[in-house]
Design a protein around this ligand. Sequence first.
Ligand SMILES: Nc1ncnc2c1ncn2[C@@H]1O[C@H](COP(=O)(O)OP(=O)(O)OP(=O)(O)O)[C@@H](O)[C@H]1O
Ligand SMILES: O=C(O)[C@H](O)COP(=O)(O)O
Length: 403
Amino acid sequence: MTTFRTIDDLEPERRLLVRIDVNAAVEDGVVQDDRRFARHAETIRELLADDHAITLLAHQGRPGRETFVSLEAHADLLADHLDRPVAFVADTDGDEALEAIDTLEPGDVLLLENVRMCDDELPEEAPDVKAETDLVQTLAPAFDAYVGDAYSASHRSHASIVGFPRVMDAYAGRVMEQEYTAITAVREREFDGPVTMILGGTKAEDTIPILECLDDTVDRFCLGGVVGELFLRADGHDVGYDVADTSLFDHQWDAYQADVTRILEADRDRLSLPTDLAYEADGGERAETALEGVSKERPFLDVGSETARRFAEFASDSAAVFVKGGLGVFEDERFADGTVAVLTTIADANCFSVVGGGDTARAIELYDLDEAEFSQVSIAGGAYVRALTGDPLVGVEALEREQ
Ligand SMILES: Nc1ncnc2c1ncn2[C@@H]1O[C@H](COP(=O)(O)OP(=O)(O)OP(=O)(O)O)[C@@H](O)[C@H]1O
Ligand SMILES: O=C(O)[C@H](O)COP(=O)(O)O
């Protein structure tokens, strides 16, 4: 199905520039989440088996943010995943970087400094413009080929994503290939039987476009999380307490009330809303109430067990299930029941399944579910939503053009 070349098409022992995405939550300089490292390590291991000399290019954070840090610690974490050394150089396209690249032997791995520290990387410009930057013009001649593996950054028209494929022989890495294939299957509805999408989490700005554009693709949407509560409010229920004064609910209600109401009226038959919700009782334990008992005076932190059972039933009767956003605050074990019940059912069912959204995929890890039981656990956030809503991914297009 893919129209790009993959790493299967590479001759062995090449000098490769490989763009990965190990952008992660960072606290006090420490990387908090290694899922992207684990996934890219699979691509790198395959490349090492063919004796390539590998130079990795990646970003972390954005200038001005606390998470905008050097990739030195990322090199160590990657080395742990690969079980072999990963050299690091605090330079991207200067003499130090070029010398380090020059000395690489087959089987060596080098990580360059955070590519967003280079001024050429970030401004979003057309691929042709990016191809002309010093960054691309300086590094490209040092390699035989470029491997694009950063699917989760492929919605960004940055030099390292769209510039290099313009001037180099370009191939898709395994992460790129797998994410692209699974997410395209959602849009093209490659299934024989009902398709269900479980949407939750906190971001209406992600969810509303998905609901609006997947008309012929999805038969049933099950809505939970803050997003589910927005629909319950539109349906006349007294819900919507702002968790920890975050304005999470009120702000989104003001911004999306009209969209939510319109979608509910137009599409009520395809939408399944929660019929019960869970909250923290006075003693701190989980308690549940049917919709008749809800009130804006308290936060609801999960769907109730009746809702979880119904959503799980839809999932188990489906040929394909897609998940985006948790059904509750699953990081707290008391409010993980809805999310875990649905994910467990999907894992046990014999259906095509994609779990997407950076936070949601963490639930699989937190509750020891077996990732292999899902067709795809996406490590993409923004790119997953863009791809689902049909927006072109410039980083994928850049690889396709090289066919
Ligand atoms: N009722 C709720 N109240 C508050 N937070 C909730 C509720 N239900 C779910 N959440 C939170 O939603 C988060 C996941 O939603 P989010 O919208 O971030 O989804 P995602 O798509 O996985 O993430 P990302 O956009 O970062 O890739 C979880 O951290 C969870 O705690
Ligand atoms: O983490 C991500 O979603 C990607 O790495 C893109 O990062 P960005 O949103 O900072 O461009």
